[in-house]
Design a protein around this ligand. Structure first.
Ligand code: HEM
Length: 166
């Protein structure tokens, strides 16, 4: 990407001037960044649990998968609510295309995580093959959502705390 051309583009410069600091933070620490670790970890844990079930055929892993997939879904919803408030309420976040790319990937992730949990809460928990396949898909989308979320922080400086001393 030609960054010189971007900095000369009046529309991009105008967006860059807008405040992109976090609206929901605890003592200056954005709550969304604190909550996203739970769905990310639990999505990958569910994939690991499914592989262990495939390998061992031990029903214990089916029960663990119900909890890890449910945790991934509900913590994803919680992180998504905070992220959506940030997205809609902060002009410097709302007007960046990258924020919407992240939001779309994250909403896909939450939908797939919900499906993964839904497959398991019924009596006839469908782990092999459907649960495992959905876990693989959820892991891929988590990578995409997390990558775009990270770009918001590291490339766009969204939600960063800059002390007056800096
Ligand atoms: C569904 C709606 C979501 C929206 C609208 C959203 C929006 C945002 C926004 C605005 C940021 C910038 C930081 C901030 O303002 O706090 C961000 C960062 C981030 N988001 Fe989301 N998010 C959503 C869900 C998720 C989910 C489910 C995940 C889990 C994969 C996630 C992963 C991340 C990551 C990893 C960052 C970077 C945080 C850091 O490195 O400190 N987001 N998101």
């Amino acid at each position: 990407m030609d960054e010189t051309a971007d900095s000369e583009n009046p529309v991009i410069s105008k967006i860059e001037e807008k405040d992109a600091s976090s609206a929901i933070a605890v003592a200056g620490h954005p709550l969304h960044a604190m909550t996203v670790h739970f769905p990310i970890a639990l999505v990958f844990a569910t994939l690991a649990v499914d592989l262990l079930y495939w390998w061992s055929a031990d029903q214990f892993w089916v029960r663990v998968g119900v909890w890890s997939s449910g945790g991934a879904f509900f913590m994803g919803v919680a992180a998504g609510i905070v992220g959506t408030i940030e997205l809609l309420s902060v002009a410097g976040i709302r007007e960046r295309v990258a924020s919407w790319a992240h939001a779309i990937a994250a909403m896909m992730l939450i939908a797939v995580a919900g499906l993964n949990w839904g497959l398991r809460v019924t009596e006839s928990a469908d782990v092999l093959p459907h649960g495992l396949l959905v876990s693989v898909l959820a892991a891929i989308i988590t990578g995409m959502a997390g990558w775009h979320g990270g770009k918001l922080i590291f490339d766009h400086g969204v939600g960063l705390m800059v002390s007056p001393k800096d």
